[in-house]
Ligand binder design. Structure first.
Ligand SMILES: Nc1ncnc2c1ncn2[C@@H]1O[C@H](COP(=O)(O)OP(=O)(O)OP(=O)(O)O)[C@@H](O)[C@H]1O
Ligand SMILES: Cc1ncc(COP(=O)(O)O)c(N)n1
Length: 265
């Protein structure tokens, strides 16, 4: 069993952040671990507030994991402020995990900012260069590049520009496209298209968290990057398509659809 750790914020309603990451790791047969960066009060309807964990406490949690357990892959989500980013980047440089997947979470589906504006530059300088894969959605890719993105050509250009910041590969996600849900990967050499039909659904809370965690799990399990993304995208598609109606707002995906189906549940 491979060991995967998420470094992210919480979601007490279970759809996004650390909870989504853990469920996704488990659904992929991985041993799931959590380092918490921020305690977030949120549910399917929105974010009510959050409290950042101190850099010392984040460092201590990372040490507690790495000093005890072999880590096969790391997924990074909400990192809220410059101090949080700096401490995580320092620990990644110290422990050098095999795979680092960074989801540059900036704004929740509900519109609340989860990354302070003054942290955007630190993210670019400190964390993006350490990413084996960075997974921005279209609004995040726009912030990182300063470019407007409205078609495949501008998604490709953004992926290339972000790779120039130091990420080994960049997946610009198309969940915010109107026409379809095509994601585009730039792996430093060329582009891979992951075509996807758009499902009309409100069960999209935590799709980005789940996709990046599925990619981290697939990489830990030995897949190459293109396969890891393709299989992860299908996992999220199935999760949206078979979601339980949970909550009054944007509900979570079904993280265990395929396992439950196999078990006849
Ligand atoms: N309605 C949808 N139908 C099909 N696929 C979708 C839909 N919404 C998102 N996806 C897929 O889910 C994955 C996450 O994409 P998205 O652009 O929604 O990320 P995100 O905005 O970071 O997610 P989050 O909701 O966690 O913030 C991508 O593979 C995307 O193509
Ligand atoms: C702790 C945390 N991390 C990430 C998200 C983004 O997910 P979404 O955009 O689906 O709300 C979130 N809401 N909470």
């Amino acid at each position: 069993m491979k060991h995967v750790v998420s470094i992210a914020g919480t979601d007490p309603s279970g759809g996004a952040g650390a909870a989504a990451d853990c469920k996704t790791f488990c659904a992929h047969g991985c041993y799931a671990m959590n380092v918490i960066t921020a305690v977030v009060s949120q549910n399917t309807q929105g974010v009510r507030g959050y409290m950042n964990v101190t850099p010392e406490m984040i460092a201590s949690q990372i040490d507690a994991v790495f000093e005890d357990i072999e880590v096969d892959a790391v997924k990074i989500g909400m990192v809220s402020v410059p101090e949080t980013i700096r401490i995580i980047a320092g620990k990644l440089r110290q422990y050098k995990p095999s795979f680092v997947v960074v989801d540059p979470v900036m704004v929740a589906t509900s519109g609340h900012r989860l990354l302070a504006e003054e942290a955007e530059q630190t993210l670019k300088e400190e964390l993006i260069p350490l990413a084996d894969v960075l997974t921005p959605n279209i609004p995040e890719a726009e912030v990182l590049t300063g470019r407007h993105i409205d078609d495949f050509a501008s998604m490709e250009q953004a992926a290339k520009d972000i790779a120039a910041l130091g990420a080994k590969a960049v997946l610009v996600k198309g969940g915010h496209r109107v026409e379809d849900a095509t994601d585009i990967l730039y792996d430093g050499e060329g582009f891979h298209y992951f075509k996807g039909r758009r499902v009309e659904s409100t069960s999209t809370h935590g799709t980005g968290c789940s996709l990046s965690s599925a990619i981290a799990s697939n990489l830990a399990n030995g897949m190459n990057l293109a396969d890891a993304v393709a299989v992860a995208k299908q996992y999220v598609f199935d999760g949206i398509s078979h979601a339980e109606p949970i909550g009054k707002g944007h509900g979570p995906i079904h993280h265990f659809y395929s396992l439950y189906r196999k078990a006849g549940m």
